[in-house]
Design a protein around this ligand. Sequence first.
Ligand SMILES: [Zn+2]
Length: 348
Amino acid sequence: MHKKLLITFDYELYLGNRSGTINDCMIDPTNQLIDVMGKHNIHAIFFVDTTYLLRLKEQAQTTTACRTDFETIASQLRNLVQKGHYVFPHIHPHWLDAQYLPEINQWRLNNIEKYRFHNVSEPDRSKVFDGSILLLQEILLPQFPNYKIDAYRAGGWGIQPFTDFLPFFKKHGIIHEFSVLGGIYQFTDAQLFDFSDAPEKSIYRFNEDVCKEDKNGPFIQYNISSIKISPFTTFLNKVWIKVLFKLFSEHTFHKGEGQPSRIVVGKSPASSKGSDLSNSVWERISVELLTSVKLNIYRSFWEKNEYMHFISHPKMITGHNLTVFNKFLNSAFEKYSVETDFYKMLPE
Ligand SMILES: [Zn+2]
């Protein structure tokens, strides 16, 4: 039997008070992932926080540490492409207001006014979107002249309204879109999205609305998978994570600080079928959420479905996550013929 497995990563620093370092959040965990995925010949996708890279490159003009960081990242991105993975842009516009902290070579992003692309002015939209494409081209094209930048994932699932992005997709020939977490919504002062009425399909075409299928639409959506985790499993998982921390001091909390956000009250989703990401039994399928407590739940999802789309963050992945992910891949590839290259997956 033939199945589709999409392994995707948001390659980025922490987006709150303290960003963390590139080695902790990007370089080291990504190198470990490259090893695990190499064993299974996976074509993964890395959505690179290009808005960070734009600021980093700017700061590199006057700061040696930033120049080194930029070169280290650029070289890892080329290595990823060399190994058959894909590298595409991932935009967090509030990097525009980020502050560089020279004493620790990290960043502070505590202004979330521009968290959503929707709240960004026209010139700034162009600065971050056009700038992102240009920057990736600069990094990749000299070594890979035929490499196409034709896919995208929005920061914080913020792809709505899609009409904000439409001119940029058209201008740059972007066709493949990876931001929809079907059936889920979240309303906070940072992340605001509503995919409660997205088509219940793995891959579909759309035009001006990411949640409306249009069989003749120019764009293709790759729905991110979510999985039901019971409150009891969530409880067991918390205990297990504490045990792991006691035994191996294994946790990612020291690496950096994420974005605090507050729930926006009084908003309701477009469909009653939807579940709130902030408080429901549904969670994204993700390497950093995969522990041995959940391994059998992930395996049974894979048994029952022909499509599984992981969304993960190197910055949040622990050694335990990697070990369990490797176990999952071992069993996933043993039983089925598996396609991991999204270019070879067709809309339903
Ligand atoms: Zn992100």
